[in-house]
Design a protein around this ligand. Structure first.
Ligand SMILES: [Zn+2]
Length: 715
């Protein structure tokens, strides 16, 4: 598992939409439910810390009326701003928009949590109905001509120069977002655009629910204990727990990444590895009612049509224009520069594996279902490092303490359990964040670590309430979510090195939110360019392997002793091991994503496209895409990472280069560099151009050499 790429910042559709548009001063209660049946989702958040999301009061039937009432209320607010008789100003237009939509923001936050972590069949019925309605709602705002004219007037006004930098950036962002969403189109094109957006919203929902269904309902069942050969106890226990939960005999390998990858890594049974691998890579591609191929074709057609309507050559050009990369070509150039050395490295890795196969007296060629397994064997043979030797030192609870400690060292944060905060599920725990020195309250951090039915796979961060000052002092609320398989009751849960790294990654997103120090909600925390947002999170991964963290927190679950230096040395020696596989698996998917969205309106057959595009770039036959198209959720569950999966690589150029600032100074805990990191990167949100923010931190533009070195490639 390549932790660098798997985790994503899940900006769920409704949250992203609301964040983009945030509209409306929330004094009226236009949409409140009838007095006889108060809908808690519509109420102001109450309780400590300036009010908390009412996760303990949610019923699925509340969502539709709450969303409809909140949307109606928001449209009333918009009309008021649009029809203001006073001439447009920054205050009465731009700031008014920042203050609007608070009810919808609150409802949308809870809705997004259910969508990603509590998606029951009855919830999915609501989701299917609401997805196109939410899309149409967004369009109603961006297509409001009077509103756009006011924004445009402020944007072109000579008064703009008198605003401060953050304010000018907000005006620019609003104007740009409206234009990019079709504000300047004629009535006929606007009507077609909103049809397209609604159809897309429906198709996105269909696509993701198909994947969710296959991941939750498909499995390979093992009935004989002998067939578990090679699997470590933790993997066996998880498979037994999965069988018990589904009331099945024996052991189940569920069709999710957290279940499949450990099996492929450790199972001695080549035939079973192939069977599990085939199940996993065929998600959404089985020619049945959950097949996503036709949906992909439709999504791509609609995206191409929309891009043309908006005046862009392709969907990729439209998506990348407002990112750090600016053009698909620049993103593609970086990807292809890394692609060549990565493929070269794969050939070397395969040669090592093939030698091992020969040594064992076998004659088969390494196949994709062998890669993870032989990679582990080579790791042992070449570096004398066994992942199962490391795992006893990686306790989930201790690593949670570790990330809190690192936040204390770098940003002076203190984490205190907040046990009485309402949660959506009993597994979720909450901490209060405050300043270590002054005790000043900063925010709340929710941690939802375990897999459960209805929760999407992977790991991600969510902002429940973003830092800002327009609406007075508020508590910043963020969450980290993961899919660890629960261990035996009463025993500490042990996780892999990659999973530990993912924890640091997602916590990096959380720290990006918690450190935010801006005025306007639209510019807050993680609301930055897609190809920049993974920079703070990927950067945090570097602190896992610092000696300070390992000595204090990588403690053996039985003896309590810290991980021996000898083992740490071995881990450090393997840092560039297997980077060929990790890079190629990810990068091939990122290249395909970009190529797909550069095609234009030619009708695409996903299977054929995948085959031809991979042949064209020289995909090594021993590796399959990290996400094949029929289950590529980043790209087809919303627009947000479409033509944007390259973002992880783009951000990693910054990450690798930025960490150099610490190593060149006094090391990873250097106070001066940490202060500069907070001041220039973690606290500024989207108030300045990311390239400029980076220069403020590093004193120069990023260089790609550090990335090549980090992965052990010669550039
Ligand atoms: Zn991320």
């Amino acid at each position: 598992m390549s932790n660098n790429w798997k985790p994503m910042l899940l900006a769920t559709a409704v949250v992203a939409t609301v964040a983009l548009l945030v509209i409306g001063n929330m004094s009226s209660r236009a949409g409140s439910a009838k007095a006889a049946d108060p809908n808690p989702l519509l109420s102001e958040w109450t309780g400590p810390f300036g009010g908390l999301p009412p996760f303990d009061q949610v019923k699925v039937e509340y969502f539709k009326p709450a969303l409809e009432a909140a949307m109606a209320e928001n449209l009333t607010e918009i009309d008021k701003i649009a029809n203001d008789s006073a001439p447009p100003t920054f205050e009465n237009t731009i700031v008014a928009l920042e203050k609007a939509g608070q009810t919808l923001d609150r409802v949308g936050t809870v809705y997004a949590v259910w969508q990603s972590t509590m998606s029951s069949p009855d919830f999915q019925v609501v989701q299917r109905e609401m997805a196109p309605k939410l899309a149409a709602f967004s369009d109603k705002i961006t297509q409001n001509e009077k509103l756009f004219n006011r924004i445009e007037t402020v944007y072109n006004s000579p008064e703009k120069k008198k605003l401060n930098g953050e304010q000018q950036r907000l005006v620019w962002l609003d104007y740009t977002n409206f234009v990019r969403s079709g504000a300047k189109l004629d009535a006929k094109s606007k009507a077609r655009l909103t049809e397209i957006n609604q159809q897309l919203a429906t198709l996105f929902t269909k696509f993701s629910n198909n994947v969710l269904w296959e991941e939750g309902n498909q499995f390979v069942q093992i009935k004989n204990e002998a067939d578990l050969a090679g699997l470590p106890p933790s993997v066996r226990d998880a498979a037994a727990a999965a069988a018990a939960e589904k009331k099945q005999e024996g052991w189940l390998i569920i069709n999710t990444r957290s279940s499949v990858e450990p099996f492929l890594t450790f199972s001695d049974r080549r035939d079973l590895r192939e069977k599990v691998w085939r199940m996993f890579i065929m998600r959404g591609d089985n020619g049945d009612e959950h097949d996503n191929n036709a949906t992909i074709t439709q999504i791509l057609q609609l995206r191409a049509e929309r891009a043309k309507l908006l005046g862009y050559q392709t969907h990729a050009h439209w998506r990348v224009e407002n990112q750090m990369a600016k053009t698909p070509e620049r993103a593609m150039d970086l990807m292809m520069a890394v692609w060549k050395p990565a493929v070269q490295r794969v050939h070397e890795e395969v040669a090592d594996m093939q030698a091992l196969v020969a040594k064992e007296g076998a004659t088969f060629q390494i196949a994709p279902w062998d890669y993870r397994y032989y990679m582990e064997r080579v790791r042992k043979a070449k570096y004398d490092l066994d992942q199962n030797e490391v795992k006893p030192y990686l306790q989930l609870d201790k690593l949670r303490e570790a990330i809190h400690w690192v936040a204390g060292e770098l940003f002076n944060f203190k984490f205190t359990p907040a046990p009485n905060v309402p949660v959506a599920h009993p597994d979720i725990k909450v901490w209060e964040v405050s300043d270590k020195t002054t005790g000043k309250h900063i925010g709340l951090w929710y941690f939802d670590p375990f897999a459960r039915p209805g929760k999407r796979s992977g790991a991600w961060m969510n902002a429940y309430r973003s830092q800002e000052r327009v609406n007075g002092e508020i508590t910043t609320i963020v969450s980290n979510n993961a899919n660890f398989v629960k261990g035996k009751p009463g025993e500490p849960l042990l996780i892999s090195w990659d999973d530990a790294s993912t924890m640091f990654h997602e916590f990096g997103h959380a720290l990006h939110g918690l450190n935010s120090n801006v005025t306007y909600p639209s510019l807050s925390g993680t609301a930055v360019a897609r190809d920049y947002v993974e920079f703070p999170s990927q950067l945090m991964e570097h602190w896992l392997s610092t000696p300070q963290v390992l000595q204090k927190f990588a403690l053996h679950y039985q003896t309590g002793k810290p991980i021996p230096q000898e083992l740490v040395d071995k881990i450090n020696r393997t840092k560039t091991f297997n980077q060929g596989f990790a890079t190629v698996e990810y990068l091939a998917a990122a290249i395909l994503d970009m190529k797909l969205h550069l095609v234009g309106d030619k009708k695409i057959d996903a299977r054929q496209f995948e085959k031809e595009a991979l042949a064209e770039i020289g995909m090594p036959k021993e590796i399959v895409l990290r996400h094949r198209l029929p289950h590529f959720l980043h790209v087809f569950s919303s627009d947000s990472y479409s033509a944007g999966y390259y973002s992880y690589l783009w951000s990693d150029v910054l990450t690798a280069d930025a960490f150099g600032a610490f190593t060149e100074a006094g090391g990873p805990y250097d106070r001066k560099v940490a202060d500069r990191l907070r001041k220039s990167i973690f606290s500024v949100g989207n108030t300045i151009d990311p390239a400029e923010a980076y220069r403020n931190f590093r004193g120069r533009d990023p260089k790609v050499e550090a990335l090549m070195k980090k992965r052990g490639f010669s550039s």
